[in-house]
Design a protein around this ligand. Structure first.
Ligand code: ATP
Ligand code: MG
Length: 207
């Protein structure tokens, strides 16, 4: 039987329970053999704000996925120079797993609306299906902006309404407000040990 592999990409600055719940729901719901978390090296769409050093984001993601035997982490985007494009990452996975694996790109439904703007989106749609988690604030009506050929490649999945975002967590740390229960405890400890997110971001939070 073909393998089914989920790819969960993100800046993970920091990783939180919204990401983890979504990945686990996709794994269970679509019988994925595993979910590979891919922290992005240099996200092309987050140029406007300073993102945390890739190694910190990688370490936090590693701590967060450790307790789930189905979760893995990949360095592909960190080790590839230049901006991180989903198309390059997916072609690497296609090459690695060959034609007998089905690839599922897991994203939040808000991110799916941006895919039309992604590099080589037609090719990307040939490589994988998308699993889009609906999250608070997202209205399915917004999808009318997407062409039909894309909508056919997207599976919508409801996850428990988790209004957690990395931008909110960064803001909370900067303002000395609690982040407990929004993300795994080892990640929380890592943030404090390494003095991350101490400064309030002057630019608008990333998307
Ligand atoms: P930021 O606030 O900095 O944009 P973020 O919380 O959106 O961070 P990202 O690393 O940008 O986190 O997101 C990676 C992926 O996870 C995206 O596809 C995003 O839509 C999805 N995602 C983020 N938070 C949630 C959540 N609470 N529920 C479901 N999906 C989420
Ligand atoms: Mg985001």
């Amino acid at each position: 039987m073909n393998k089914a592999i989920g790819i969960m990409g993100g800046t993970f600055d920091p990783i939180h329970y919204g990401h983890l719940v979504t990945a686990e729901a996709a794994r269970y719901g679509y019988k994925l053999d595993k979910v590979i978390f891919v922290p992005s090296g240099r996200p092309p769409h987050k140029k406007e704000r300073q993102i945390t050093a890739a190694e910190h984001r990688y370490n936090m993601t590693e701590l967060a996925v450790k307790s789930n035997p189905y979760f893995q982490i990949s360095r592909v985007e960190l080790d590839r120079p230049g901006y991180s494009y989903a198309i390059d990452t997916m072609s690497q996975f296609v090459e690695q797993y060959g034609s007998d694996a089905e690839l599922y790109f897991i994203t939040g439904a808000d991110a799916i609306l941006e895919i039309i703007t992604w590099k080589n989106v037609d090719k990307l749609m040939e490589y994988c299906q998308f699993i889009a988690a609906t999250r608070p604030g997202f209205h399915l009506d917004d999808l009318h902006q997407l062409p039909d050929k894309f909508i056919r490649k997207i599976i919508f999945m409801e996850v428990p309404a988790l209004a957690i975002s990395s931008s909110d967590i960064r803001r909370r740390v900067a303002e000395h407000r609690p982040i407990k229960y929004l993300l795994p405890e080892p990640v929380e400890n890592y943030i404090y040990q390494h003095d991350l997110y101490r400064e309030v971001y002057s630019s608008s939070p990333g998307k």
